[in-house]
Write a protein of this length. Sequence first.
Length: 338
Amino acid sequence: MSLTTTAAVGRIETLGSAAPARPRIAVLVPCYNEEASIEKVVTDFRAVLPDATIYVYDNNSKDRTVEIALAAGAVVRREPLQGKGNVVRRMFADIEADVYVMVDGDATYHAPSAPKLVERLVTEQLDMVNGARVTDWENYRKGHRFGNVLLTTLVTIVFGKRTNDMLSGYRVFSRRFVKTFPALAGGFEIETELTVHALEMRMPLAEVETPYKDREPGSVSKLSTFRDGFRILWMIGKLIKEERPLQFFGLTSLALAVLSLLIAIPVILTFVETGLVPRLPTAVLSTGLMILAFLSLTCGLILDTVTRGRREMKRLKYLEIPAPDFPAASVRTGGAEA
């Protein structure tokens, strides 16, 4: 055998015996005043994902969250714009990785479930794995529980049922999800936007049940049942208008048309009986409402075409990024780059 042939065979054997690539895993932890729990979050996720890079993004905390996170070994960065949605937007823009684990900094989510969520995402080449919370009811405030069921049901009716816990803060994402997600929400409604984005793009996703426990002593929830509940409801309405314009403006058109007819019926009956229109303002109002109904329907038809074009452009951008493709044995550990 010649030296050239021998060298070529040697190169082939070296390539064949190379260790399989491992995904770079980033653990993203948005935080605001979580000094009571952040050390546990960093420590627990370091234990189950020892080669992952853990990023704590501080959102103007007034306690010792930053100092404790640094001491625990996390990479700490700051986002001055207040609100979880603003933090998520910044994290998704800044961090380069193959797999992103997003979890709240309140230590209520089950860190040992993280490898299972990551493995599910990589082995099935998914774009999002949602950690559905399983908990004793006493760990879940009644208002939050009712709001979660109500809002999840509303999104299910409009966009389809592929998740049972739309507002979970424990998720794993692929790179192509993160880098094609617009992140327009500013607050806690970000979870709604994440879910609707996956549903509208028809991304491959899954849901895994994970234990959920009460907060650490001294840790206080930042979520307001009514204020943030109404903000999430408002976000759902905006997403319906933007992603389902024909249905949104079509229903508006139908409501206006029905109201117009109800107002017009007495006027029409009077005209049939007497040949007169004694209530001219009512007739004008009815006519105006019917005109608005047709305008609304026209807006829905035009915006539906625009939305379809936007969806096609987002899909093409999404397809530019490859799906996660790593050996099953390599998915439990990894690193990330800033």
